[in-house]
Design a protein around this ligand. Structure first.
Ligand code: GLU
Length: 470
């Protein structure tokens, strides 16, 4: 049978990078084995689940490219099924009604704490002859009293927990609504999940779930508990470390390919290889190779990968993502150079797509005025002649390619017997409004012929006016 994995987020917020990494691991396992990846929304906590969070999770998965073969299933649509299994467990004696009041449970807890023992339900209602009238009971699972639960965790190794550590957990509340540990087992069974991969914050739930599998007469799936992600300071990754939501990374200008590659390497490795195509990840990823020690988020490495992908993916693919940032910044890509050309030039110069969009605005929109510092330095009267000569030559230049433009600039400097900088720097400020831009031939190329000529004329006027004023 082929592997079936699932990602089972609770929709109480955005898609966290930790959750996304778990989803990615599950996705890779399914893809590797030609199996299936299932998405299940665990929305039984009606107070904390919101439709916005569901949407945020779906959006995050789509952007990251984690497509699922089945789902999204919603637990809130499966209440009848949980009730049916609860009934089955009650009938087979594997579960029982518990009528204990909150007060009694609180007292019990206090007493146990005072005695220095781990608080747990004492099983009073296990063999209740006469239920009290007028009390709506919860349903508790009858956890085996003796023995232990063992499993071979694919990440953590062999784990064994004594049943004496475990409680008769509540599987249905007085209103009949089911609880987490129970719904997960029913779903993972019904959905034929072969590998349960999740964060190690769930490791304490696993023995309880295994006992429920046992009570249902079912085989247990393979479990793997992946360590959490830490911030650079070693504390659990949180907002205080910066972005934690997948879609925040989109806004910051990361490519999904880069984030995916980054996340797969966070806690998993294959030799010292850093860059993995989807095909390679799918081929090489093994749950057993996931490190059991928590890994720390390294923003520099993510930046490095992002740059790698900006440079090495087909420009058309990068362009699709860059277009989103153009829209976010109100820049119309049709008013300037092709995004593919822009990416070829700017890919080396920036760390993110957001930055690329920001520093490229000048190729698409006019700027109000020259940066005063740059103008003071480079748009001086001595710049007048180089700009005028250049303008004349460029007006005759119809073949607007970086190579030809490079020649024109060189020839101008040579003709005037000045260094390249005396031509290039005024030209740069004329075109970009500032002293910073890609190489001057590329800047000229990306600005396009009409826009370049018009900006050089504007700079000439500016210099002439300044000369006249002084
Ligand atoms: N819904 C749980 C969570 O978001 C995950 C449960 C599981 O993977 O078993 O933490």
């Amino acid at each position: 049978m082929n592997i079936r994995t699932r990602f089972a987020p609770s929709p109480t917020g955005f898609l966290h990078v930790g959750g996304a990494r778990t989803a990615l691991f599950c996705w890779l396992m399914a893809r590797h084995d030609n199996g299936s990846f299932v998405l299940r929304i665990e929305d039984t906590d009606l107070e904390r689940s919101t439709p916005e969070s569901v949407q945020a999770i779906l959006d995050g998965m789509e952007w990251l490219g984690l497509d699922y073969d089945e789902g999204p299933y919603y637990q809130t649509q499966r209440f009848d099924r949980y009730a049916e299994i609860t009934q089955q467990l009650l009938e087979s004696g594997k579960a029982y009604h518990c009528y204990c009041s909150k007060e009694r449970l609180d007292d019990l807890r206090e007493q146990q704490m005072a005695e220095g023992i781990k608080p747990r339900y004492d099983g009073r209602c296990r063999e209740l002859a006469k239920p009290p009238a007028g009390v709506k009971p919860v349903v508790r699972f009858r956890n085996p009293a003796k023995g232990s639960v063992e499993w071979n965790d694919q990440v953590r190794g062999r784990i064994s927990i004594s049943n004496e550590e475990l409680d008769d957990l509540i599987i249905a509340r007085p209103d009949g609504s089911p609880t987490y540990n129970f719904t997960v087992v029913v779903d993972d069974l019904d959905m034929g999940i072969t590998h349960v991969v999740r964060g190690d914050d769930h490791i304490n739930n696993t023995p309880r779930q295994i006992n429920i599998y046992g009570a249902l007469g079912a085989d247990i799936p393979i479990f793997g508990h992946v360590p959490m992600i830490l911030g650079e300071d070693g504390a659990r990754l949180s907002k205080r470390h910066g972005a934690v939501g997948v879609m925040q990374y989109r806004k910051l200008g990361y490519l999904p390919q880069a984030l995916r590659n980054y996340l797969v390497r966070l806690g998993w490795s294959h030799g010292d290889q850093e860059v993995f195509s989807d095909a390679q990840m799918t081929e090489l990823f093994r749950l057993e190779d996931v490190n059991r020690k928590a890994a720390a988020f390294d923003h520099d490495k993510l930046d490095w990968l992002n740059q790698h992908y900006m440079r090495n993916l087909p420009p058309g693919e990068v362009a699709e993502h860059l277009a989103w940032h153009f829209a976010a910044l109100g820049i119309d890509p049709d008013t300037g150079p092709r995004l593919e050309d822009l990416i070829a030039v700017q890919g080396d110069r920036v760390k993110t797509l957001r930055e690329m969009a920001e520093v490229s605005r000048m190729f698409y929109q006019e700027f109000d005025e020259f940066d005063p510092g740059a103008a003071k330095k480079h748009l001086r009267p001595v710049a007048l002649e180089p700009l005028q000569v250049l303008l004349g030559r460029l007006e005759n230049q119809l073949d607007w390619t970086p190579e030809r433009l490079h020649e024109v600039i060189h020839a101008t400097a040579e003709a005037l017997e000045v260094g390249m900088g005396k031509v290039a720097q005024p030209l740069r400020v004329a075109l970009a409004g500032t002293g910073v831009s890609p190489s001057i031939d590329k800047t000229l190329w990306l600005c396009g012929r009409e826009r370049s000529l018009q900006r050089i004329r504007r700079a000439i006027d500016f210099v002439a006016m300044r000369a006249a004023a002084s």
